[in-house]
Design a protein around this ligand. Structure first.
Ligand code: FMN
Length: 347
């Protein structure tokens, strides 16, 4: 795997970031996926929503927007894979270039704008695959939609029978106005409508929020989620912040920033969210994870699952195994025998 990956990495890192992503998806689809054949350390097993996953490391939304490679990514060693965001209609997204590597910072800026093949394409692929592993489905709204809440309802109702969990993504910064759905009344109305729409096929329902949420925003979001007995919150999406420490010439590109420069901010917002949630439902920590120590910090801040995307751009498939081994070593060092024991240890 190492030689294969070094050769591919040499080639991919010389391509424009979006072209490299397309090449990677095509390679994964044609069976060129490196597999993690080693069993996961038993201490990494985690039980959530009545299911036991082999490890808590997930692939975040945005890598596999059209559900083309969920099984290849599970085979790479992820304990869970989230596809999407899926919108009802196919759409082009913003003009290219719209995806930028900030190599000096191990960061990424994207302003993709929910480019994707739409609901029917995702539905066809998900319904054709055998149900295996743990695959979440993240749903969004079309840019030109006149009723965005109806877009979430349409996608959620259609995809619930094929999802191990569903996520309402109300936090993409690249669809103008979308984040307004995080407001208290809007969010309550949206989530209630989606809950009603999937009542016939109940699956865990989560909401994905922005790491830019203020304390007041978090009060509202968590109150709504507790009132509605939601199943989880993902903290979070990319940020509109630009930390002063960014070195890369691309740092002023418009869009959402992810990767290493997002780790501290997103973990702090996760911690504040966890304090408000008081373990009523699970949290997924996303943003800047590139090592076992990062994953462990998210878990200690209150996450029971962790997701990543951007650091995969820099480190490639071997990252997944490395994070799992490092995380297991950190748990052992601190005499935790399971992830569950470490969740929220820093709160
Ligand atoms: C190119 C790109 C596309 C993304 N697309 C989506 C998306 O469609 N839906 C979503 O909920 N999050 C999307 N995200 C956000 C990621 O899921 C994740 O929340 C964020 O990048 C922080 O994690 P990371 O630092 O590990 O990348 C995208 C991120 C990137 C870099």
């Amino acid at each position: 795997m190492a030689v294969w990956y070094r050769a591919a990495d040499f080639f991919l890192s010389r391509l424009d970031a979006e072209t490299a992503h397309g090449v990677a998806i095509r390679a994964l689809k044609s069976g060129l996926a490196p597999r993690d054949r080693l069993p996961d350390p038993p201490s990494l097993a985690v039980t959530v929503w009545g299911r036991t996953l082999p490890n808590p490391i997930g692939l975040a939304a945005g890598f596999d927007k059209n559900a083309e490679v969920p099984d290849a990514m599970l085979g790479m060693g992820f304990g869970l894979v989230e596809i999407g965001s899926v919108t009802p209609k196919p759409q082009e997204g913003n003009a290219r270039p719209r995806l930028f590597r900030l190599s000096e910072d191990s960061g990424v800026i994207n302003r993709m704008g929910f480019n994707g093949a739409g609901l029917n394409a995702a539905l066809a692929r998900l319904s054709a695959r055998p149900r295996q592993g743990f695959v979440g489905v993240n749903v969004g709204a079309n840019k030109d939609s006149t009723n965005r809440k109806a877009d979430y309802v349409t996608c959620a109702a259609a995809l619930a029978p094929h999802a191990d969990y569903l996520v309402c993504n109300v936090s993409s910064p690249n669809t103008p106005g979308l984040r307004n759905l995080q407001g208290r009344l809007q969010l309550a109305d949206l989530l209630k409508q989606v809950q009603d729409a999937i009542a016939a096929n109940p699956v865990p329902l989560l909401v994905k929020i922005a790491p830019d949420a203020t304390d007041h925003d978090l009060d509202d979001i968590v109150a709504v989620c507790r009132d509605l007995r939601m199943d989880g919150i993902i903290v979070g999406n990319t940020t509109l912040e630009r930390p002063a420490t960014l070195q890369s010439a691309r740092r002023s590109e418009a869009g959402g920033l992810s990767g290493a420069p997002l780790m501290a901010l997103s973990t702090e917002v996760l911690r504040k969210t966890a304090q408000r949630v008081e373990k009523r439902f699970p949290l997924i920590g996303t943003g800047g994870v590139g090592s076992g120590a990062d994953a462990y910090a998210k878990i200690r801040a209150g996450a029971c699952l962790v997701q990543l995307y951007s650091m995969l751009v820099y480190e490639g498939p071997p990252l997944v195994r490395r994070i799992k081994d490092e995380l297991a070593a950190l748990l052992a060092r601190d005499r935790f025998t399971s992830i569950a024991e470490a969740v929220g240890a820093d709160l």
